[in-house]
Design a protein around this ligand. Structure first.
Ligand SMILES: *Cc1c(COP(=O)(O)O)cnc(C)c1O
Length: 298
């Protein structure tokens, strides 16, 4: 069954709850920590990916187009969510994946194929060229840039902030292209909130995040990049991070994965331990989902 219209998808989405975390460490430091569970929005359509896609999809629909081309890495959460949503809508999708044909499919790639996406593997050189293209619409075909980096994507990300019913001093989450936190920065500026957006970089691109946010929002005034939790780079992890993920599952009942949410929640915990947050701080962690990325290649 196809949902046909983008707005028909709203009925399958769950609200993103806010859950307070009571834990002796946070209490002893005099800070409050809430978690916004964007990961609960949908079991497959991952939190911030749905937010980033929503207005792009509505725009594509308004153009009367539905065929989409996009690109990403072999574990891309963005391509995973996009493939699923195109499957639900019955829209043809072609994805260009950085990789070689002798490599086994990742779980993301198998899912995308099962949902009817056409996969084309491209080498590094080709990928680098494709990466330079921004949103395009030609011959009824839409080209989506890597990670959904686009002004329409930040409109959806901003909705996370519009849903908050109280003020926070700090909002912390994981950042790769910076598109999601660009949305948060835009919303915070619009409402003239004093919230500082802390972007935990999960890859070694800390300069890129700030310039990407500036490109989308016009400034990066209320955002700060938190480094030191990359564990060597994108998708890389170590035993300490893995132990923390296990610890968080036990103590806070929050499922984390090692690519994004594990690193960013670990940053929050570590910063609290090191008295980074002043006493009395109200801290919001946004869980952006992405749990599919934790699956290993069979
Ligand atoms: C994709 C993703 C991010 C990064 O989002 P950007 O908008 O590219 O910065 C963060 N967390 C999770 C769980 C993701 O899947």
């Amino acid at each position: 069954m196809h949902y046909r219209k983008v707005s028909h998808l709203y009925s399958i989405l769950k609200p993103s709850e806010i859950i307070p975390i009571k834990y002796p460490l946070f209490e002893s430091k005099g800070i409050s920590v809430d978690v916004k569970r964007d990961d609960l929005i949908h079991p497959v359509l991952s939190g911030n990916k749905w937010r980033k896609l929503k207005h792009l999809l509505l725009h594509i629909e308004s153009l009367n187009a539905n065929a989409i081309q996009a690109l990403g890495g072999r574990y891309s959460n963005y391509l995973h969510s996009l493939s699923y949503v195109c499957h639900l809508l019955g829209w043809p999708l072609e994805i260009f994946v950085l990789g070689y044909s002798n490599q086994p499919d990742t779980p993301m790639m198998s899912d995308a194929r099962a949902w009817g996406a056409k996969l084309t593997l491209v080498d590094k050189q080709t990928y680098r060229k494709l990466r330079e293209r921004s949103f395009e619409y030609t011959n009824n075909m839409v080209w989506l840039p890597e990670g959904g980096f686009d002004a329409l994507a930040i409109k959806g990300a901003a909705e996370s902030i519009f849903e908050l019913s109280r003020n926070y001093d700090y909002l912390i989450t994981a950042s790769a292209t910076g598109t999601t936190i660009a949305g948060y920065c835009a919303a915070v500026a619009k409402y003239q909130l004093s919230t500082r957006i802390l972007a935990v970089t999960v890859l070694k691109n800390d300069d890129e995040i700030e310039s990407n946010v500036t490109q989308l929002v016009g400034h990066a005034d209320n955002c700060q990049i938190i480094k030191g939790y990359e564990c060597g780079g994108f998708g890389k992890h170590n035993a300490e991070l893995e132990r923390f993920i296990e610890f968080a599952r036990e103590k806070f009942s929050i499922p984390l994965e090692p690519v994004y949410s594990g690193k960013s929640f670990w940053a929050l915990y570590n910063m609290a331990e090191n008295n980074w947050f002043p006493k009395g701080s109200r801290v919001l962690y946004v869980h952006c989902g992405g749990l599919q990325g934790a699956r290993k290649t069979a």
